[in-house]
Write a protein that binds this ligand. Structure first.
Ligand SMILES: Nc1ncnc2c1ncn2[C@@H]1O[C@H](COP(=O)(O)OP(=O)(O)O)[C@@H](O)[C@H]1O
Length: 194
């Protein structure tokens, strides 16, 4: 049984600075809008959004240790950018501290930064909401918001493109699941007629 929405929100807020909490509120609001727009469960989308960044401000060693505590989580994320680690760590917290057992919600939390090859609609919504919530400001965000008015897959490809470009510019390694996610979305777009 989940703890109540308010209790979870209060506990999450206590673990991050105000700016990140405002981002979380933005991701919650945007996830609900996108869920209604594209036909996902808004309650599940909001719950994943509340918890998606719960570990973002933990010391990275604690994030890594938390990921290692569950061998079923993708351990290979730990070989890539530290920015990826808070996502699998949040799955452990969601389950163990907040009693969240819904696989769909846990997966949307797990893949909210990297994406994955066969993204569920809920995965797509939370990942896209993280890119376009009202507080976000990066070069491609206006364009991605526009696309998100009508096509979740195309908007998410544009989001991944901006992350991949950023990583290329910085000369950083790209966690391959994001490339698989982008390829999978492009196939879906093609199959739907472009
Ligand atoms: N496939 C990837 N490979 C390596 N690093 C990645 C990948 N995808 C995302 N990242 C890193 O994660 C960051 C975004 O993480 P995110 O959880 O959205 O953080 P924030 O909410 O602070 O923007 C990117 O800027 C990049 O550094």
């Amino acid at each position: 049984m989940n703890r109540s929405r308010e209790a979870i929100m209060e506990a999450v807020q206590a673990q991050m600075p105000d700016k990140r909490w405002r981002h979380t509120l933005g991701v919650m609001e945007t996830s609900v809008i996108l869920a209604r727009r594209f036909g996902a469960d808004p309650v599940k989308a909001e719950l994943a959004a509340i918890l998606h960044d719960v570990c973002k401000y933990w010391p990275v060693d604690k994030q890594a240790e938390t990921v290692r505590s569950d061998p079923e989580l993708p351990q290979d994320m730990l070989e890539y950018e530290k920015e990826l680690w808070h996502a699998p760590a949040a799955v452990v917290v969601a389950r163990e501290q907040f009693g969240v057992n819904d696989r769909e919600v846990l997966d949307a939390i797990l893949y909210h930064t990297s994406g994955r090859e066969k993204m569920t609609l809920l995965d797509k919504i939370v990942c896209l909401a993280d890119y376009i919530e009202p507080g976000r400001d990066f070069p491609a965000v206006h364009k991605i918001r526009e696309i998100a008015e009508h096509n979740v897959e195309k908007a998410l490809v544009a989001g991944f493109d901006s992350t991949i470009s950023f990583l290329l510019e910085q000369g950083k390694r790209i966690y391959p699941l994001t490339v698989s996610a982008r390829n999978g979305l492009l196939m879906e777009i093609k199959q739907a007629g472009g």
